[in-house]
Design a binder for this molecule. Structure first.
Ligand code: NAP
Length: 250
């Protein structure tokens, strides 16, 4: 997979899966804009690691659930590198709670950060990609958006929403040489899953046919493939990266 000379934005790439995606795209040759929210140190560290790979990189801090921030991030990217080839919608949060205890704020926050951000970033990126007549959009959904999970009605709705959004936009822009796909990870070993009790993590691992939690690298490899020229005829798809857990059991 050769992404030499491509320009990519990876949202929420200060740590976790996002950082690994940013590094993988850079290893494949892309220049990468690192977005994150909150303190800048993690994003700066991702940029330093990318520069060690001899690629160009810069931080574009901002809240991807806010249109003004999103437009600024995309405009900064195009101003710096002259184009935008790859958008990875990775930023996401959880606010788990059984439905009867879920507050309006728990619902709104997760739907805004996990789903509205995908709409805002994709719309902003497409303004450039349609003009360029090329582009790759990859959004990080979750198997929870496919098979559901108790205590995650907000997150499951947002992640299922990403899948519907992906299919609709894939149809809108296919004739412009732009592909739009989703990657649905299973249980991946990051801060998001490390916050769960060890007992729960072990329980999860036991349910995975592969027998272990995935790594951010496993997700990054799938994203890099979908970003590559080799994947030019794949659009509107959801690629699960889950060690087989979404297959269910007999
Ligand atoms: P993570 O370790 O919690 O990292 C999420 C990143 O997103 C952080 O850098 C965070 O910044 C950033 N972020 C949060 N809100 C943001 C906002 N409004 N604007 C910009 N950046 C924001 O999560 P992860 O495990 O790497 O997950 C990455 C993606 O994969 C998410 O979409 C998640 O839903 C999805 N996913 C994860 C798993 C898993 O098992 N880990 C499974 C399926 C899907 P801060 O550091 O400032 O918080």
């Amino acid at each position: 997979m050769d992404l030499t000379g491509k320009t990519a934005i990876v949202t929420g790439s200060g740590r976790g899966i996002g950082r690994e995606i940013a590094l993988k795209l850079a290893e494949a040759g892309a220049n990468v804009v690192v977005n994150d929210f909150g303190i800048p140190e993690p994003a700066n560290e991702t940029v330093e690691q990318i520069k060690k790979l001899q690629r160009q990189s810069m931080v574009a801090m901002g809240d991807v659930s806010q249109a003004a921030d999103v437009n600024r991030i995309v405009d900064m990217t195009v101003a710096a590198y002259g184009k935008l080839d790859i958008l990875v919608n990775n930023a996401g949060i959880t606010r788990d709670q059984l439905l009867l205890r879920m507050s309006d704020d728990d619902w709104d926050k997760v739907l805004t950060v996990d789903l509205k951000s995908v709409f805002l970033c994709t719309r902003s990126a497409l303004r450039h990609m349609i003009r360029q007549r090329s582009g790759r959009i990859i959004s990080i959904s979750s198997i929870v958006g496919i098979i559901g999970n108790a205590g995650q009605a907000n997150y499951a709705s947002a992640k299922a929403g990403i899948i519907g959004f992906t299919k609709a936009i894939a149809k809108e822009v296919a004739s412009r040489n732009i592909t739009v796909n989703a990657v649905a990870p299973g249980f991946i070993d990051t801060a998001m899953t490390q916050q769960l009790p060890e007992e729960r993590r072990q329980e999860m691992a036991n349910k995975i046919p592969a027998g272990y939690l995935g790594t951010p690298r496993d997700v990054a490899e799938a994203v890099a493939f979908l970003a590559s020229d080799e994947a030019r005829y794949i659009t509107g798809q959801v690629l699960t990266v889950d060690g087989g857990i979404s297959l269910g059991k007999l």
